[in-house]
Design a protein. Structure first.
Ligand code: GTP
Ligand code: SPV
Ligand code: MN
Length: 594
């Protein structure tokens, strides 16, 4: 299959350890894909969905304790513990290899070992990175075929001597007590065992394109970020590109596929999708910051997706889509909470495979969700109706603005603009967000998630802040940076802001600001929009509610300052001085001393 000696040796070596019945190279052909689907349907790893209503779609249920990334079992394995930093789990490389090897040993007996050569970024682009993933899961192979550019053409690109990230994955017995997700930045290697879920198992995604890539990016002078990328086209045809970092399940996919409200569409505004999860950022020869989406598919959250919230997503997931952990309806279609219409009364199975109907309760009277809250769809990027025609441009797209967004019931206002790059790095570094179903842990609890990268930065986070500051000095035309929160709530718990398509109004204010227009009010935390600086055409939204969205609760902010201080203290002397300075400056402004 390949003349790349290093690759052949590695695959042989891994096969000796895992002892599969057979090694199968993934070539990227339709024919091989069809055979794999047929095989997985035979063993019930997959269920074929209704081919009239959902052509080319398949369904998969994970093990019940394998429904989200397990950050507690995710490690950065560097010889020096300090290089992983306080926000990452660390394990010495020798110990990590040993422990995982024990689990991998013989774990593929009676199974196939699939070898998937893949490229993150367009094949052949000077910015792309090649990986090769070994796995014993057909479900993982099929996901990788969607999420990356995979197969023979990648081997051709790799040639006889090209280097690649070695990505070893095995389900083993899917026992959470024997699960490890290990990163070896010094060896350009990833070993993941014991999970078959998303970010734990599709190693091109968070493991390679963020954790390993962030290490490379720091050495090579670029950035690997947990960001969506979109383009806003103006009535005159000009397009502004924006990248946005939001923690998991906080709205990247939805914002990336935004459909303009009717009144704004009539004026000639359009939104183009470039990426929904990962952005690789580089300084271009023109001194601007350029963003590339290294992925080829979307792995999106299903619950909450419907034709009102995200019509583009609804249109793209009718074909060639892999559904994971949703409800399975009797006609072999799928359903999820806050999706389209109501599920049938009879014959539905929930994500665990048990009979289920809407409103079903457990022995304590709690409603049982039919779809796992982190259930997902996997779909090729090209199927998105709003996909930007230039999304595969190897250079990426030039950024006008960067957005940090998170989920806060009260503290953060709808939007504000950072004073400058250094202030923005402080705002990003101290971003708190309520935990979602995308990772294990107490839901709703606020945790710090700097630049939405807490679980994804492959090295010491203090050095990551330093890297952000340094990048700022290298970008001649720096994007302006904004902070948003679509999730502020009323006393009764309802969201104040309608969100989704209406978010375009906020993006337009940002772009205006970048062009030197758009009124604002200077506050201790940043520049806030005035009511009249927002285009309200087609939406009745009161001045009063707008005020509620932007109220700054000084007492709360001072409490937050104390938490920020505590959070930053863990980085000790490694924390850039600039952030301490920004912290003190905000404190003074909040206390009215500046
Ligand atoms: P990952 O794929 O985990 O990285 O998440 P993501 O950031 O792409 O999140 P996604 O867009 O899938 O949104 C997650 C949840 O937030 C979904 O249930 C959405 O319906 C909901 N959501 C997204 N945008 C908005 C918004 O503007 N307002 C409100 N209220 N909810 C939103
Ligand atoms: C996230 O959790 O941020 C995701 C899903 O995008 S996963 O691929 O599992 O990381
Ligand atoms: Mn994500």
């Amino acid at each position: 299959m390949t003349n790349n000696k290093e690759l052949r040796r590695w695959v042989e070596h891994m096969a000796r350890m895992c002892k599969p019945d057979k090694v199968v190279w993934i070539d990227g052909s339709e024919e091989q894909k069809r055979e794999l689907i047929a095989e997985a349907c035979r063993t019930e790893e997959l269920i074929e969905l209704n081919q009239e209503k959902l052509r080319g779609c398949i369904y998969h249920r994970t093990a019940v304790n394998d429904v989200a990334r397990t950050e507690g079992l995710t490690y950065i394995c560097t010889s020096n513990e300090e290089d992983a930093g306080t926000t990452n789990n660390w394990m010495a490389p020798e110990e990590a290899y040993d422990r995982a090897a024990q689990i991998f040993s013989g774990s593929m007996r009676g199974r196939m070992m699939y070898v998937i050569p893949f490229s993150m970024g367009p094949i052949g682009s000077e910015f792309s990175k090649i990986g090769v993933q070994i796995t014993d899961s057909i479900y993982v192979v099929l996901n990788m075929l969607v999420m990356t550019r995979a197969g023979k053409k990648v081997l051709e690109q790799l040639g006889t001597s090209g280097s690649f990230t070695r990505c070893l994955h095995g389900k083993a017995d899917l026992d959470i007590n024997r699960r490890l997700i290990l990163h070896f930045p010094q060896d350009n290697a990833i070993w993941s065992v014991g999970s078959g879920y998303g970010g734990n198992a599709l190693l091109g995604k968070k493991c390679l394109s963020l954790r390993i890539a962030s290490c490379l990016a720091r050495e090579e002078g670029w950035m690997a970020e947990h960001m969506l990328i979109l383009g806003v086209e103006h009535p005159d045809g000009q397009i502004d590109y924006i990248a946005g970092a939001f923690p998991s399940a906080c709205g990247k996919t939805n914002l990336a596929m935004l459909v303009p409200p009717e009144a704004l569409a009539k004026k000639g505004y359009k939104v183009w999708t470039v990426g929904d999860d990962i952005a690789w950022l580089r300084v271009g020869r023109d001194g601007r910051l350029w963003a590339l989406n290294p992925e080829a598919g979307f792995f999106g959250v299903a619950p909450g997706t419907n034709s009102k919230t995200n019509p583009n997503a609804m249109a793209m997931i009718r074909e060639n889509t892999i559904y994971t952990n949703t409800v399975l309806c009797p006609d072999r279609t799928v359903w999820w909470e806050d999706g389209e219409g109501l599920p049938p009364d009879e014959g539905c199975l929930d994500w665990t495979g048990r009979p289920w109907r809407l409103g079903k309760t457990d022995e304590h009277g709690h409603v049982i969700a039919g779809a796992q809250p982190n259930s997902r769809f996997t779909v090729p990027v090209g199927q998105c109706p709003s996909i930007a025609p230039n999304w595969q441009d190897p250079r990426g797209v030039p950024l006008t603005a960067i957005v940090f967004g998170s989920r806060r019931a009260r503290l953060a206002p709808l939007v504000y603009q950072c004073f400058n790059w250094q202030h923005a790095v402080y705002v990003g570094a101290t971003m708190g967000s309520e935990r979602t179903a995308a990772q294990y842990g107490k839901q709703g609890e606020v945790r710090f998630d700097p630049m939405a990268m807490l679980p994804f930065c492959g090295y010491n986070m203090a050095d990551y802040f330093r890297h952000w500051l340094e990048m700022g000095t290298r970008i001649l035309h720096r994007p302006k940076v904004f902070r948003v929160n679509w999730f502020r709530r009323e006393e009764n718990g309802d969201f104040i802001w309608p969100g989704y398509g209406e978010n375009l109004r906020i993006l337009l204010w940002m772009i205006n600001r970048c062009r030197g227009n758009g009124a604002s009010i200077k506050t201790p935390i940043g520049y806030l929009p005035t009511y009249d600086s927002i285009d309200w055409s087609g939406l009745e939204f009161s001045r009063h509610a707008f005020g509620d969205l932007h109220a700054i609760f000084t007492e709360d902010w001072l409490e937050e300052q104390a938490l920020n201080k505590q959070f930053l203290a863990q980085f000790g002397d490694r924390l850039p001085q600039e952030l301490r300075f920004e912290h003190a400056a905000r404190e003074r402004r909040l206390r009215g001393e500046d």
